[in-house]
Design a protein around this ligand. Sequence first.
Ligand code: BES
Ligand code: ZN
Ligand code: ZN
Length: 473
Amino acid sequence: MKIISSANYQPKSNLLIHIDNPHITDFLDTNQQSYLEQKKSDKADLITFDFSGYFIFVINLNHSSEDKHIVKEKYRKLGSKIFASLNAEKHTSVHLSLENLEQEYVLSITEGLYLGAYRFTKYHTEKDRNKSYLSEISVHSALKQSDLDELNNIGKAVYFSRDLVNEPLSFLTAEQLGKEIKKSAKAYGFSAEVLGKKQIEALKMGGLLAVNKGSFDPPSFSILEWKPEKPRNKQPLIFVGKGVVFDTGGLSLKPTAGSMDEMKSDMAGAAAVIGAMQAIASNQLNVHVIALVPATDNRPGNKAYAPQDIIEMYDGTKVEVLNTDAEGRMILADALAYAKKYQPELVINLATLTGAAHMAIGPYGIVAMGNANEKTKQKLNHSGKEVYERLVEFPLWDEYQDLIKSDIADIKNIGGRVGGAITAGKFLEHFTDYPFMHLDIAGPAYINAKDAYRTQGGTAVGVRLLYHFAKNY
Ligand code: BES
Ligand code: ZN
Ligand code: ZN
């Protein structure tokens, strides 16, 4: 997909135009104009004219009384709707003539078109099946080509992140994830170091190694870094992403029907931080950012770690394992403890960590918690609204710490019946000594059916959020 700035419009090709555009009458005959007037009074958001061979789409979104972030989301959705019409007729290009629409909204429509056009067809033998035909969006507006390039880079990063989530374990092992990170690093100019099993053993990352014990495939631990010459921040901003490439639950095997069916997506946190790094590097943001990705699958092999095992973690904490399905926190704890050596200004952790977070708010938002200051929380919240990956804050009160006390070790890896998302967050917090935010994306990371521009499968939730946050950092 390519987004280009262009004032020119090819006659008899797909055109998107705003209803207030004075030139609109050039394109429509009198019948069509009266149809348009009627639709306008019906308050239709989008009026489509099918000229058999090409479309003219007229935008008529009314939004005087709404919050800007709500309106932006409406425009994104409109973009994906327009994509669907174009794709049904196998169109490869569309021209947006939107010089009289606010720039932010032009970007939103374009974003919706772009993200709605994503497909994962790598494993389709028949190449035309469920194909996406659109390859060029040309935009005539007040936006500069550099604004469009930025969006292009974000779109690419979202596609990459969705691909990673959609890839099954048969391709995307922890080692392969490291290779994908290296490829992106090389292409977009950030650095990446991928540690293998020997190095992880030498570091004594006990949590990551414990989860990996039942596996045939080795773990990996990746360190991604984007460091511009004179960054705005003195100390790095760090992203940590859960990279469980498949979660069977381990010996505490996932029990109920269907509960394992989407678990290739248990590395969506990793995919989010990797995609965000790609977006940040390709747009050359002036912020020093590091991403840490601990990765392994979780399965009940011969040597699998067992309930009641006591694991010595990277930072020396002894953890009593009472459920091997609470594996995300085991591998993230080592990454969070490792992050201390950078003396970060802020660490943001992304993980498909708990079913409890998913159940609490569904796919509509992110369960957030942390001890960062109010200003940071506000900024993160603001980014969440702007990209429409909204945050709901859960508390990290001291009382929850009591729920993960262990009789036999320092802490245990499950908390009991209440506050499952929070006790997981408390567990993570134990391994930090810096301002920390944890985003549980178990709800929005993966969807079974498409929701406008969020295509079926991996959504890449977190990529646009982290990018927006870093840009405004
Ligand atoms: N990967 C799961 C969480 C999950 C569940 C993500 C559903 C997406 C959708 C995680 O590793 C897990 O199994 N968590 C357990 C923790 C429990 C054993 C304390 C859970 O939430 O049930
Ligand atoms: Zn699990
Ligand atoms: Zn998991």
